[in-house]
Write a protein that binds this ligand. Structure first.
Ligand code: XIL
Length: 295
């Protein structure tokens, strides 16, 4: 969800408050927003979301501590030793600030490429394979009560990427690293098939004794939307919902934004949009009505 809309749009805030029980900051907790210049913090958006959640009985999914995107430029020129120490400081500072107020953290985001190799981020380049385990340990020290997740996309079905993710989670669990959840972003497009065997894939991760969660679902389409496309979209949301409900360790079903007014889709996928449960004017779509009928 968008921190700016929370503070400036009454209709947005009222739908959020009425319909949802958890909030995920879309950008407000990303490193480039929190610490654009080294040592200079900007907590306004993140604090606004956490405060609102506390006052209104919502939980918060913290997103995201480490990502190869939206981190500040000043990280780029650090030595390995300095990068390690600022990474530890970043994780410790952010997680402790909201200690006890964040239900789950996306500790690391998108660490694999499509072929299942580790993404060549500055963290991977400079710190080597062990940085992910360290990130989880530091986060756990700062808030032992938060559920710590690894989060990624295109991992909904069995493929090279989800196999690599599976092997990493298995190995981290075997080493006693405090990883407790795997987030499946689930950015769907109705122009592609719904991910095959999603439920079985969720189950194999759950069998590693971790929670699994749908963390960012939306279902985009070529614009403009038509009645038929919106029906297909509703079916995709429903199939994802059913996949999650078929797995007892699937603990969360979170959408990436709820209104097309603020969706990331048109900027990222030109010509596509209408991916959320509500349209620009906050009218609910068929997908909303279907999900609402199940709860
Ligand atoms: C996106 C935001 O929605 C955009 O506003 C921003 O410009 C770029 O980042 N998956 C993620 C998110 O984990 O962090 C991305 O968020 C969307 C895809």
């Amino acid at each position: 969800m968008a921190a700016s809309a929370l503070t400036s749009e009454d209709d947005y805030r009222s739908v959020l408050t009425r319909e949802f029980d958890s909030m995920t900051p879309e950008n407000a907790m990303k490193w480039s927003v929190l610490e654009p210049n080294r040592g200079q913090y900007n907590w306004s958006g993140a604090d606004a979301i956490v405060d609102y959640a506390q006052q209104n009985g919502k939980t918060v999914r913290g997103h995201t501590l480490v990502w190869h995107k939206q981190h500040p430029d000043w990280l780029n020129n650090l030595s390995a030793t300095e990068l390690r120490s600022v990474l530890k400081k970043h994780i410790t500072t952010v997680v402790s600030r909201y200690q006890g107020k964040i239900r789950a953290w996306d500790v690391v985001n998108e660490v694999f490429t499509e072929d299942g190799t580790r993404r060549n981020s500055i963290f991977q380049q400079k710190l080597g394979d062990g940085w992910i385990a360290d990130a989880f340990r530091w986060a756990h020290q700062a808030d032992p009560s938060a559920k710590l997740y690894i989060n990624d996309y295109n991992t909904e079905w069995r493929n090279a990427k989800s196999n690599a993710l599976y092997n990493l989670v298995k190995s981290l669990r075997q080493q006693g690293v405090p990883i407790e959840g795997v987030g499946f972003r689930t950015h769907l497009s109705i122009q592609y098939e719904f991910p095959g065997c999603f439920h079985q894939n969720l189950q194999r991760f759950a069998d590693l004794d971790v929670d699994v969660a749908i963390t960012e679902i939306d279902a985009r389409m070529a614009t403009p939307p038509t009645e038929a496309k919106l029906e297909t979209q509703a079916r995709y949301f429903r199939q994802a919902w059913d996949a999650c409900h078929a797995v007892s360790r699937c603990v969360e079903f979170t959408t990436w934004g709820f209104t097309d007014r603020h969706s990331w889709v048109p900027d990222t996928f030109p010509g596509e949009g209408a991916a959320c449960l509500y349209d620009d004017s906050l009218n609910p779509k068929p997908a909303y009505y279907w999900l609402n009928s199940t709860v």
